[in-house]
Design a protein around this ligand. Structure first.
Ligand SMILES: [Zn+2]
Length: 369
């Protein structure tokens, strides 16, 4: 019998079309039903998703991944787990499940919503995030420290869920992943809403200050000057976007003001806007700064803070430039929110390089083009 995906589609569209919850293809959802799990497929947008956007997977097959022994070699192991994950799809399913499908299978609850909201990530990217989470929610929320994505992250979550159960703690209704985002589980869309609202209001009540609510456009002449300078620096035709508000201007001021946003906070930021933005004092310094950045990161920058002017993003397509801008605006918000949770805690250098090179993430970036 085909499952009724109405509730799943409802929560997916609701949070997928709310920019406070979901940005640029980030976030995914699932529903468990009679031994099956329907999880968002790669390449679909939550805001417009319908039944075709979900892949049916067999929960027993996903569960059997934990009984298997995989290669010690990291790349081999990830490839083997991915293969087993693909083989866990129900017969006739051809879409590629979200890279986070294995995580969904671990979270108990009929409906599971996973998002990367800036407020929540102000906490998960805050130096005191873990402590503050414990103070607010006690055992009803689980903290998962920063680890490599894929099997290692899934294993970390599983270990922590199992340990909480072994200690006789209640099953956590929220899972906060450091430098990443939130998992919430519930039986109905109303449960999801109640739990997420609880998380939001608890965090909001602790805010010392809020990020600027909106961004403004920059002077079109300045944008065209930037585009010309960028095309010269990158050596090809480019799309450019820009935005400005008081927070962006404050971070653009000098190297020490810039520090909280110099390194990326989360995997999505790396995928869509690169391993951290550039900051320059004036456009004359752009070409030199791009060269140094590219040599250091082995990847071109996709975002530039221009002192006193705003943030600029570039891309080979309008969509790429737009995505990079959304992610940079999100980065600025996370940095401001994190001030209330101990100050900005970026991803580790090792993880930044790992995500930059991660095949699955590259695939996701390609799919969403
Ligand atoms: Zn995620």
């Amino acid at each position: 019998m085909k499952a009724d995906l109405t509730d799943l589609i409802e929560v997916s569209r609701k949070y997928g079309s709310d920019p406070d919850w979901v940005l640029v293809g980030g976030g995914n959802t699932s529903m468990k039903h009679e031994g099956a799990m329907f999880v968002k497929a790669s390449g679909f947008e939550l805001s417009t998703i319908s039944a075709e956007g979900f892949v049916e997977m067999r929960l027993d097959a996903l569960k059997s991944i934990w009984d298997k022994k995989y290669s010690a070699d990291e790349d081999k192991r990830e490839a083997e787990v991915l293969e087993d994950m693909m083989a866990s799809r129900a017969e006739g399913q051809s879409s590629r499940p979200s890279v986070e499908a294995l995580l969904h299978s671990l979270v108990k609850g009929r409906l599971v919503v996973h998002t990367h909201p800036s407020l929540i990530n102000g906490l998960t990217c805050g130096r005191e995030g873990e402590k503050i989470l414990g103070d607010i929610f006690g055992d009803s929320a689980l903290w998962v420290p920063l680890t490599k994505p894929g099997y290692i992250l899934a294993n970390e979550i599983k270990t922590r869920i199992d340990a909480a159960a072994a200690a006789g703690k209640p099953y956590p209704e929220m899972i906060f992943m450091q430098n990443h985002g939130l998992f919430v589980a519930g039986d109905t869309p109303a449960d999801i809403e109640r739990i997420q609202n609880k998380a939001v209001s608890a965090l909001e009540s602790r805010l010392k200050r809020k990020p600027a609510a909106t961004v403004g456009a920059v002077d079109p002449e300045l944008l065209s000057d930037f585009t010309a300078a960028a095309e010269k620096a990158w050596g090809r035709k480019l799309e450019a976007r820009a935005a400005v508000n008081d927070d962006i201007l404050a971070f653009s001021e000098d190297d020490s003001a810039f520090e909280p946003i110099r390194l990326p906070f989360n995997p999505d930021q790396i995928v869509y806007s690169g391993p951290g933005p550039l900051r320059i004092d004036d456009l004359n310094g752009l070409a030199q700064a791009v060269k140094a950045y590219t040599e250091f990161w082995k990847r071109e920058p996709q975002a530039v803070l221009l002192r006193g002017k705003g943030v600029f993003t570039i891309g080979d397509t309008p969509k790429k430039a737009d995505s990079a801008l959304s992610l940079m605006i999100d980065t600025v918000k996370i940095a401001v929110y994190s001030e209330s949770f101990g100050g900005a805690l970026p991803m580790s250098d090792e993880l930044i390089v790992f995500i930059r090179d991660w095949e699955v993430e590259q695939y996701r970036a390609k799919m969403s083009k």
